[in-house]
Design a binder for this molecule. Structure first.
Ligand SMILES: [Fe+2]
Ligand SMILES: [Fe+2]
Length: 271
């Protein structure tokens, strides 16, 4: 199976790039399943229903969120009727929506996707390790699920690498989101789990993590907020990671980073 994961879509630039280039990537690589993190798609804060629908129409089979999951009020209502939209699994009991979902892809493969939220340099939240493990155990790889993808949304790359080792051999991919900066540590662990500490964002990199540089810079220099943060509107780089899994075990055989278009563009991998 060939799966694609795309990191945090930021604002209009990110949404437009996904709409324009995701269908072309799916065709080029014949991806069976696509997951996109949409936590910053609506003006950098959360995901409205029309923008969620836009990501799905572009080819996302599942859309994940993160600490910005409920920045848009309408998410509280529409998330309940969207099995393909995930908020972190370790949010408190009673939070609307779900943190894990088993979805059948376009070629009939069943893919379990889990979204979880880290705790290092993040707001307090329940243990992501135990919560993610429980979601994976409820739907084991090679039994109910042909592939298992974990989007672990957190600030510290150490925490994501630890999650990779924790789940090694039990899931197809552990990929980090939230920092918006793609890392170069993509690899397959000993047990067969593919790992990348951060997928990077789908946004304009001529910015500070997707935000027009002026106001973040002002705040670092003076500590005094002068304006709101505004998403940068130049051409976005689509950042993510592609994996191929073993049809028998669901574990990873290959992993390749993707940085398509915009200022961070690299040649598309031979994958
Ligand atoms: Fe983000
Ligand atoms: Fe985030």
């Amino acid at each position: 199976m060939r799966l694609l994961f795309l990191g945090d879509v930021v604002g209009r630039a990110g949404r437009d790039a996904v709409a324009a280039r995701l269908p072309e990537l799916i065709q080029r690589y014949d991806f069976d399943f696509v997951v996109v993190n949409g936590e910053n798609a609506s003006h950098g804060r959360g995901l409205t229903e029309p923008h969620y629908n836009g990501l799905r129409e572009a080819g996302a089979d599942v859309v994940t969120l993160g600490d910005h999951a409920f920045d848009q009020r309408d998410t509280l209502s529409y998330i309940a009727r969207e099995p393909a939209l995930l908020r972190p699994v370790n949010m408190p009991e009673g939070t609307p929506g779900r943190g894990a979902t088993l979805i059948e892809g376009r070629n009939g493969h069943r893919v379990l996707v889990v979204n979880s939220l880290g705790r290092v340099f993040m707001n307090p939240i329940d243990d992501p390790f135990r919560a993610t493990e429980a979601a994976v155990a409820a739907c084991p790889l090679g039994e109910q699920a042909d592939a298992v993808l974990v989007d672990f949304h957190t600030e510290a790359t150490s925490e994501i690498q630890a999650m990779g080792h924790f789940l090694d051999g039990r899931v197809s991919l552990v990929v980090g989101t939230h920092t918006h900066i793609p890392t170069a540590d993509h690899r397959i662990l000993r047990g067969g789990t593919a790992l990348m500490a951060d997928a990077g964002m789908c946004g304009d990199f001529d910015s500070v993590i997707g935000v027009d540089a002026e106001e973040p810079l002002n705040r670092f220099l003076t500590g005094v907020p002068q304006n709101r943060f505004t998403p940068a509107e130049g051409e976005a780089t689509l950042c993510g990671v592609a994996i191929e899994t073993d049809p028998k075990t669901g574990l990873a055989l290959r992993i390749a980073p993707i940085r398509h278009g915009g200022v961070l563009a690299q040649a598309l991998p031979d994958f």
